[in-house]
Design a protein. Structure first.
Length: 100
């Protein structure tokens, strides 16, 4: 199932949906919460992800330095920070693959 199909099904099956092609604020809010929970690993949707499970994100896994909300990626410090994040993610992925 594609993400778009999953989202359409979510809306169609929402208790507040009147089958009138109108996505109310309540439906949109619930959809965004569901998508966020899936991305954070708090909610598993086998129809969307199959057997893949997203590990729940916790504060112990969080990066030490948050990106600024107006991040522009142009400065040297910003590029170095992103490179550190990429290396860290790559190392974790490689560790996970070697442990399987």
């Amino acid at each position: 199932m594609t993400p778009a199909t999953w989202q359409r099904n979510f809306v169609r099956n929402h208790p507040a949906y009147a089958h009138d092609s109108v996505v109310t604020e309540v439906i949109a809010r619930d959809l965004m919460i569901a998508c966020n929970d899936i991305g954070l690993g708090k909610r598993h949707e086998s129809s969307l992800l199959g057997d893949v499970r997203i590990e729940e994100i916790t504060t112990t896994m969080a990066y030490e330095e948050k990106l600024k909300s107006r991040f522009n990626g142009g400065g040297k410090a910003s590029r170095e920070l992103l490179q550190r994040y990429v290396r860290r993610a790559t190392e974790k992925t490689e560790e996970g693959e070697s442990n399987k």
